[in-house]
Design a protein around this ligand. Structure first.
Ligand code: BDP
Length: 681
């Protein structure tokens, strides 16, 4: 039996568009909207840390009444409750209990108490029932990281929410209060590290003036339990160090990095380490000198190791030559290096083998490097899913990847259990609402929650987010959560159904362009991925094709090698299939494809209707922006459907299935469309 944690009374959620420190509700406050101001919170020590002071202030501000007492290793007094055991809460966990007097939050570390604070605020805001014997929790993963792809000129690569929030010009002298709000939002969902700069890195960030700026940010984040990391440009020793080479086996190069690490740690003693993109998409790397990824990573790892730092080495690589099958490449390059990386190196692997598509199978690397610590990289910013405008809740996409079974060590070898942490490519910028749209905030939130617990239910996370962000009204919550839960599949349906992939516009990746077949490299074109001809469509990755299936363990390799046993949602990813192939529901592939496009468009229409029914239940500004964005999404879902169908018909010469609406324009019209202005890369 549970007791409602909110027994003290539901937290007042700001009324529609009125009052509150932020004026009319505009999304700035994210999911942290609880307003109480009446709780009596005590810290049993004279000089509480900054972290505990934050925890106290958060609770006093959020809870309407009642008392909360704390105890941590650094702050306990006579009569303080016992601290929880290390094995129950680790370094970052907490225990929340209720006794006759009120709530009691105990933790071993202060940051654990801060996490307990945000957990209690969430529980009270959502009316969650607490077990009689309290709540004892700790993160499942030690590394819960945001990766910003922010350039030093404040342009955000693949960012759709304004400029970079890092104002390098005014740092370190001016600390924008937004940095604190950012840290607070991240801590509230358990994020404990942020890489500040783009993986397409600029060595300038490693120069003394920038180290000072980074140190200032680190100072703001520290009390919130957040470490800073930087991207390291592999050729930095040449660009800013005056060396002639960046060869990782060159003694001077290694010494340069060691001295650089020492310099950074002198300014930022808890610096997290380096994130590296090397020998990928033109970035420099060890292969420029005939060395391996392991040679490069280990050299950097030795530089940060004495300070407790780590190196996150990305497995998103492309070779200079065009591969026979691009999705096989990371595996081909990295699997032979398993066991060769230093202990403080983690290989960071994108969830799928291609590139953050609306749907991909999980990356086979998760099942193939048993001796190497791995991080899963997810993209919060929606580069391939309609940017910030399209409502697409990514919880289900990520959960699909994290709960995938690699079968590496028999059944139940889940990706989630294999990784040491999650890295999410951030969707945060200077927009007032941080993420470019109200619903894009849900993906930031869900990322944090899944990094804390990769097996958490995306629907439960969505429910918490809606209650914390929008409303308590049970019916409204159900309707919004319903929309969110179907939204990712809707995008798959109107963009790339049945295992199709990478059909987006060149460069910016916005809108349909399946007809493009002549870019600098074949594996940049949509045609490379669908290979449609008059007779068939899809990429043959079976044993008789590129044999990418053999990168997976049994029984997946065999299942995915056969059309009949491949899940329909991945059909054209693994197989080249005739247009008249009969799919499971008895229709032909062509009929099924058109039905999927129609379903995607219909789902967006349904989302619009659902949202329209919530008018008056959601504060005005956030209601209106979302309504407008859903209208854009519907228009663009039709565009995707119509342009795609017009193109497929030009290739297969087939009539539309009976009853299907013809595309609004002919193919030439879609091809001639200049894309609506879309932020580039
Ligand atoms: C691709 C993006 C590109 C990134 C690259 C990466 O289009 O902007 O630099 O991923 O992850 O999806 O390195």
């Amino acid at each position: 039996m549970g007791r409602v944690l909110g027994a003290l009374g539901a937290v007042t959620v700001l009324l529609f568009g009125v009052g509150g420190s932020a004026g009319a509700e505009d999304g700035y406050r994210l999911w942290l909207r609880a307003e109480g101001g009446g709780a009596d919170v005590t810290l049993p020590c004279d000089e509480p840390s900054e972290t505990l002071t934050i925890a106290r202030d958060e609770l006093s501000a959020a809870l309407p009444h009642g008392t909360v007492r704390f105890a941590t290793s650094s702050c306990r007094g006579e009569g303080s409750p016992r601290l929880p055991r290390q094995r129950d809460v680790g370094e970052e966990g907490y225990r929340i209990a209720m006794d006759g007097e009120g709530y009691v939050i105990t933790a071993r570390s202060d940051v654990g108490a801060l996490y307990g604070t945000y957990r209690l605020i969430r529980a009270v805001s959502t009316g969650e029932a607490m077990p009689e014997d309290g709540l004892t929790e700790q993160p499942a993963k030690r590394l819960r990281l945001l990766n910003h792809w922010d350039n030093l000129d404040r342009h955000v690569e693949r960012g759709y929410s304004g400029e970079s929030i890092w104002n390098w010009h005014l740092l370190p002298d001016y600390l924008d209060p937004r940095y604190t709000d950012y840290a607070r939002a991240n801590a509230s969902i358990g994020i404990n590290g942020v890489s500040l700069t783009n993986v397409n890195a600029d060595a300038t960030v490693l120069t003394p003036p920038f180290i000072e700026k980074v140190a200032a940010l680190a100072g703001v984040f520290r009390p919130y339990g957040i470490k800073v990391y930087l991207t390291a440009r592999f050729s930095a020793p040449i660009e800013i160090g005056g060396l002639e080479t960046a060869d990782p086996l060159d003694g001077e190069v290694a010494a340069w990095w060691k001295a650089k690490a020492d310099e950074i740690y002198a300014a930022i003693p808890d610096f997290g380490g380096f994130l590296v993109k090397a020998n990928s998409e033109g970035q420099p790397g060890p292969q420029d000198y005939g060395r391996t990824h392991a040679d490069g990573a280990n050299m950097l790892a030795r530089a940060v190791e004495p300070h407790g730092g780590i190196v996150m080495w990305r497995a998103f690589v492309y070779s200079a030559e065009e591969p026979e099958d691009r999705v096989k490449q990371a595996y081909t390059e990295f699997v032979p290096l398993d066991g060769k990386f230093a202990d403080n190196v983690l290989v960071q692997v994108k969830n799928g083998p291609l590139d953050f598509q609306p749907r991909e199978p999980f990356s086979p690397l998760f099942g193939a490097m048993p001796k190497t610590p791995l991080l899963a990289e997810l993209q919060i910013t929606k580069e391939y899913l309609g940017f910030a405008t399209h409502l697409s809740y990514l919880g289900p996409l990520w959960s699909e990847a994290l709960t995938a079974d690699t079968h590496a060590r028999g059944k139940d070898s889940l990706v989630a259990d294999r990784v040491d942490g999650l890295a999410g490519v951030a969707n945060i910028g200077t927009d007032r609402n941080w993420s470019g749209s109200q619903f894009a905030q849900a993906n930031w939130y869900a990322f944090g929650r899944l990094a804390w617990d990769p097996k958490a239910e995306p629907e439960a996370i969505a429910r918490d987010w809606v209650r914390q962000t929008f409303t308590d009204d049970a019916e409204a919550v159900d309707r919004i959560v319903g929309m969110m839960m179907r939204s990712r599949e809707a995008v798959v349906d109107y963009m790339t159904p049945l295992g199709l992939t990478h059909l987006m516009g060149t460069g910016h990746h916005y809108g349909p362009a399946p007809w493009v077949d002549d870019l600098g490299r074949a594996d940049w074109t949509p045609y490379y991925y669908h290979r449609a001809t008059k007779d068939a469509v899809g990429f043959d990755r079976t044993e008789s094709g590129s044999d990418a299936v053999s990168q997976y363990h049994e029984p997946l390799a065999s299942q995915w090698n056969e059309v009949e046993t491949t899940p329909e949602e991945l059909l054209l990813w693994f197989h080249r299939v005739p247009w008249d192939h009969e799919v499971k529901d008895g229709s032909t592939l062509w009929q099924s494809l058109v039905a999927h496009y129609d379903r995607g468009v219909a789902e967006v229409q349904a989302m619009r209707e659902t949202w329209a029914g919530l008018e008056g239940k959601i504060d005005e500004d956030r209601y209106a922006q979302t309504a407008d964005f859903l209208a854009i999404q519907e228009k663009e879902a039709r565009w995707w459907r119509d342009a795609s169908i017009a193109y497929w018909q030009s290739v297969n010469g087939l009539d539309l299935p009976e009853g299907a609406r013809p595309p609004e324009h002919d193919l030439a019209w879609y091809k001639a469309q200049s894309f609506p202005y879309a932020p580039g890369n």
